[in-house]
Design a protein around this ligand. Structure first.
Ligand code: AMP
Length: 356
C-alpha cells in the first residue's frame, strides 16, 4: 500500500497520464512519467519524467527504482517492458491484462469464454482463410488486425462490392479477425474499477457517439433499459474478477435490438482510464483518474455516484479553437491537454456539461 508522498510511475505521457497526475496531487502522491521523445503533455504537471524508449532497459531500471508502483495510460505497452518492470516493482493493472487485450483474438476469446456475448468472429491469417471466413460470416463484415488497432485504424469494412483481396491489402495483410457486422442501435460503455481488496465499482453506463472512428460525444444516462445497464455492469465485474484486475478499465459494447429486446455484445476492453469516462471529472463524486490512482495505490475506492445528466464532447484538432466560447459559458467544465500542435484527428481537450 502506498503512503502519501510516494511516487506513482506512469508509462506514457499523453492526456490520460496528465489527468492521472493531476488527480494524484490532491492525494499527496507524486508522479514520474516515462515516455519516448515527443509531445508529452503529462510532463507539465508531474514531479519527474524520463524520456527514453520502452525497450531501454537501463532507463526502465532507473525508473522502477524511483517509484512505488507502475501503471500505464495505453494498452500497447510492449510485453518486454512490462516484464523488465514487473521484476522490480509492482505493475498495475497486472501485465496479463495487457497480454490479453493487445490481441483482438485473445481478447474476444477470453470474453466469449466468460460466457459473454461478442459478435461472431473467425481468426484469419491468409487471403485463403479470409475467403473461407467470408463464406461463413457473410457480408457486410469487419476485418480487424489482431494487434495495434485503435480509433478505426487497422480495420476494413467488407461490403457487398469489396473483394476479399482488397480488404486483405487494406489492413496490410496482417494477422486479423473477421467479425460479423453488428447493426447496432447504439454504442455504450461501462467504466469500472477494481481495488486490491477485490471491491468493484462501476460508473453508470454511458452512450458514445463516434465520428470518423474517434469518440466525439458521451452522454448519460444512456437510453437503455435497466436490465441492459445491470447486464453491462455485471459483465464488467466478471471481466475484472477473471483478470484479477486492479485499476480502472472500460468495456465497450454494442446494443442491438432483437424484437422488443435489447442485445448487448462486448466490442472491446480497454485496460486503462478511458475517453468515455472523462465526464467523471466534475460529473461524478470521484473521477476515473482519482479512482485509478486509489486502486493502484492499494487504497479504498471512491464513490462513483453521477451528479446529474451529462454531456461530454471531445475537442478534436481545430475544434480546440472553441475554447474562448466554452470558457465564457457558465457551468462548462473545460479541460485542455496543453498539446503543442492541433493536428487533424488529434484529441486536444474535452468539455463536460453537468445538468444537476
Ligand atoms: P473498434 O476499434 O473495434 O472499437 O472499432 C471502432 C468502431 O468501428 C466501433 O466503435 C464501431 O463504431 C465500428 N465497428 C467495429 N466493429 C464493428 C462491428 N462488428 N459491427 C459494426 N460496427 C463496428
Amino acid at each position: 500500500m502506498l503512503k502519501p508522498g510516494d511516487t506513482v510511475g506512469i508509462l506514457g505521457g499523453g492526456q490520460l497520464a496528465r489527468m492521472m497526475a493531476l488527480a494524484a496531487a490532491p492525494l499527496g502522491l507524486k508522479c514520474h512519467i516515462f515516455a519516448p521523445e515527443g509531445d508529452n503533455p503529462a510532463f507539465d504537471v508531474s514531479a519527474a519524467h524520463t524520456i527514453a524508449g520502452y525497450e531501454d532497459k537501463a532507463a526502465l531500471t532507473a525508473f522502477a527504482a524511483s517509484v512505488a508502483v507502475v501503471t500505464y495510460e495505453f494498452e500497447n505497452v510492449p510485453a518486454s517492458t512490462a516484464d523488465v518492470l514487473s521484476a522490480l516493482v509492482p505493475v498495475l493493472p497486472a501485465p496479463r491484462a495487457l497480454a490479453i487485450t493487445q490481441d483482438r483474438l485473445t481478447e474476444k476469446s477470453f470474453i466469449r469464454d466468460l460466457g459473454l456475448a461478442v459478435p461472431d468472429f473467425i481468426a484469419v491469417s491468409s487471403l485463403d482463410e479470409l475467403e473461407a471466413a467470408l463464406q461463413r460470416i457473410g457480408r457486410p463484415s469487419v476485418l480487424k488486425t489482431r494487434r495495434l488497432g485503435y480509433d478505426g485504424k487497422g480495420q476494413a469494412m467488407i461490403r457487398q462490392d469489396m473483394s476479399a483481396q482488397s480488404a486483405w491489402e487494406a489492413i496490410g495483410q496482417a494477422p486479423a479477425i473477421l467479425e460479423a457486422f453488428v447493426p447496432f442501435e447504439r454504442e455504450v460503455s461501462v467504466v469500472a474499477a477494481r481495488s486490491s481488496s477485490g471491491e468493484v465499482t462501476a460508473y453508470d453506463i454511458c452512450e458514445n457517439r463516434h465520428a470518423h472512428h474517434i469518440l466525439a460525444q458521451t452522454t448519460l444516462p444512456a437510453a437503455v433499459t435497466s436490465t441492459t445497464e445491470a447486464a453491462a455492469k455485471d459483465a464488467a465485474r466478471q471481466i475484472a474478477e477473471a483478470l484479477g484486475y486492479i485499476g480502472v478499465f472500460a468495456v465497450e459494447f454494442f446494443v442491438a435490438s432483437s424484437g422488443a429486446n435489447e442485445v448487448l455484445l462486448v466490442n472491446e476492453i480497454a485496460p486503462r482510464v478511458h475517453n468515455s469516462g472523462h465526464w467523471t471529472l466534475g460529473g461524478a463524486e470521484t473521477s476515473q483518474f482519482e479512482q485509478h490512482i486509489r486502486a493502484v495505490a492499494g487504497w479504498p475506492l471512491g464513490r462513483p455516484k453521477r451528479l446529474g445528466r451529462i454531456e461530454m464532447e471531445n475537442l478534436i484538432g481545430d475544434e480546440v479553437n472553441r475554447w474562448p466560447d466554452l470558457l465564457a459559458e457558465p457551468g462548462v467544465l473545460l479541460e485542455l491537454y496543453g498539446k503543442r500542435e492541433a493536428r487533424p484527428g488529434r484529441k486536444m481537450g474535452h468539455f463536460t456539461r453537468v445538468y444537476r
